[in-house]
Design a protein around this ligand. Structure first.
Ligand SMILES: NC(=O)c1ccc[n+]([C@@H]2O[C@H](COP(=O)([O-])OP(=O)(O)OC[C@H]3O[C@@H](n4cnc5c(N)ncnc54)[C@H](O)[C@@H]3O)[C@@H](O)[C@H]2O)c1
Length: 239
């Protein structure tokens, strides 16, 4: 395994594969590039723009710091209504029908969010985060961008705003693993669908049609995982 010296961790025997599966990407990404780069503090107003798996993982890991409120912002009502609030957001704003900046300003006495986490990767959501953040606040960009976004220095130059970007390192994996092992973090709700490895194409179709299937993450199970599951359920295993 190349680079195994620095990227392989022993999973405690008592944890299931699904409990640790999301340590492979979304949890450390949102925690490191969103929550830690954003410097979330107790009591903060945290705005998370984009309520896909990355935004939801940012909501979940921001809660470790007891923010004052988490505001989830998205265009998709289903993601906001169900997932964002279930994953721990306090307020959901649909930018299709509501003015997110006005709502956040009204919630924060006209100041803005302490931390704005960008979890989409398009110019308008980065620019929205820059509009949502209060003077002295932090914008943590997690989204992968394919097009240039405008940095409105004519508004930002006086506001002492910190903007952070980055690719996940996964340096936080041992800490997140510890939190999972101690029952402080449960990422299993991300697994909305499960398929055997032989049905990989159906799994991709389900994931690609997330708007209709409400898929967050689709788990592909190899035979050993399915066998473990059956063993856990106490069923006889025929080899
Ligand atoms: N920095 C890193 O290391 C890293 C690692 C993994 C993923 N990412 C990036 O994080 C981003 C989010 O990933 P994901 O898997 O959650 O994506 P996703 O496509 O599943 O979710 C994106 C969400 O954003 C919403 N959205 C789209 N346009 C919007 C708009 N204009 N305003 C508000 N909401 C809007 C969608 O409805 C959806 O709920 C992607 O750009 C991905 O590439 C970055």
């Amino acid at each position: 395994m190349p680079f195994a010296d620095t990227s392989v961790y022993k999973v405690p025997d008592e944890l299931t594969d699904e409990q640790v599966l999301f340590l492979a990407d979304i949890l450390p990404t949102s925690y490191e590039v969103g929550v830690l780069n954003g410097g979330v503090q107790p009591g903060d107003t945290v705005a998370v723009v984009g309520a896909g798996p990355i935004g939801l993982a940012a909501i979940m890991t921001a809660k470790l710091y007891t923010p004052g409120r988490i505001v989830a912002i998205d265009l998709a009502e289903a993601r906001l209504e169900k997932e964002a609030l279930e994953f721990g957001a306090d307020i959901a704003i649909n930018t299709g029908s509501e003015h997110a900046v006005e709502r956040v300003m009204a919630l924060t006495g006209g100041l803005g969010a302490d931390v704005a986490i960008e979890a989409v990767g398009v110019p308008e959501t980065f620019e929205l985060c820059a509009d949502l953040v209060r003077p002295g606040g932090h914008v943590a960009n997690v989204g992968v961008h394919g097009h240039p976004a405008t940095l409105h220095l004519e508004k930002l130059w006086i506001r002492d705003v910190t903007i952070m970007t980055g690719l996940v390192d996964t340096f936080s994996t041992p800490r997140l693993l510890e939190l999972i092992a101690n029952g402080r973090l449960d990422a299993t709700p991300f697994a909305t669908h499960r398929f055997p490895l032989a049905e990989t194409m159906a799994a991709y179709d389900t994931f690609a049609a997330a708007a209709e299937t409400n898929a967050l993450k689709v788990v592909l199970e190899g035979e050993p995982a399915r066998r473990e599951e059956r063993e856990r359920e106490g069923a006889a295993v025929g080899l």
